[in-house]
Write a protein that binds this ligand. Structure first.
Ligand SMILES: C[S@@+](CC[C@H](N)C(=O)[O-])C[C@H]1O[C@@H](n2cnc3c(N)ncnc32)[C@H](O)[C@@H]1O
Length: 202
């Protein structure tokens, strides 16, 4: 499901600064917030912000076209409790202050099937160590994936961290209260593909 490049995306983001967050803005933001890494076209971000208007959500996306779609959804829905960062999480995550995030969501992260690419996976050791560091005590890392290999890789890496595994489901059917469906999830569910879910706690 590769997203076709849309030339309108970049100018759209530049014109709609009000829905975007820069690294500087995030680093000086002092309210509690929830981070979604790899937010794609933004359905989860927008729906969570609508469902929980007293919480603040930040999406992180490195693809310009996906970011354009998300920015459009944020503008059109007129919500003011979600922002988007157009940045690579690899750069962002090491800049975030210790103990500063309520929860991190990873929804249907790219599986990177080739072994030589495994360190790009968003649950590679580098990322898990940083997630642990930036989450508040009691903060959660909440993961959904259709990909069994990525799921097992994640479980293996988690066993080498201080995270507590508090929920594991390899056939996540009904959505939890603190969840909504993503674009990818909708098409996987329509095709009858099983969803795996993990919740880890600092
Ligand atoms: C498979 S898509 C899933 C999108 C969405 N979460 C969903 O479930 O519909 C993964 C997304 O993560 C983004 N992504 C992958 N690696 C990233 C990184 N290092 N930093 C920011 N975004 C990343 C990709 O550009 C892509 O939009």
């Amino acid at each position: 499901m590769r997203t076709k490049y849309k030339p309108w995306a970049e100018p759209y983001i530049k014109e709609h600064n009000e829905v975007m967050f820069s690294l500087e803005e995030l680093l000086s933001f002092n309210k509690p917030y929830y981070l979604e890494i790899g937010s794609g076209k933004g359905q989860f971000l927008v729906d969570m912000a609508k469902k929980f208007p007293d919480k603040f959500f930040v999406g992180v996306e490195r693809n310009i076209t996906c970011s354009g779609f998300t920015a459009k959804k944020l503008v059109e829905s007129e919500i003011n409790n979600a922002k988007l960062m157009f940045i690579n999480a690899e750069i962002l995550i090491k800049e975030i202050k210790d103990n500063s995030i309520e929860s991190i969501f990873l929804n249907f992260s790219d599986p990177w099937p080739k072994k030589r690419h495994h360190k790009r996976r968003l649950t590679a050791k580098y990322y898990l160590e940083n997630y642990y560091r930036v989450l508040k005590n009691g903060g959660r890392l909440i993961i959904k994936t259709d990909n069994v290999d990525l799921f097992n890789f994640t479980l293996e890496n988690i066993s080498e961290t201080k995270f507590k595994l508090i929920y594991q489901n390899d056939n996540y059917l009904d959505l939890d209260e603190f969840d909504t469906m993503t674009e990818y999830e909708k098409s996987f569910r329509d095709e009858g593909i099983k969803i795996n879910r993990l919740i880890l706690e600092k």
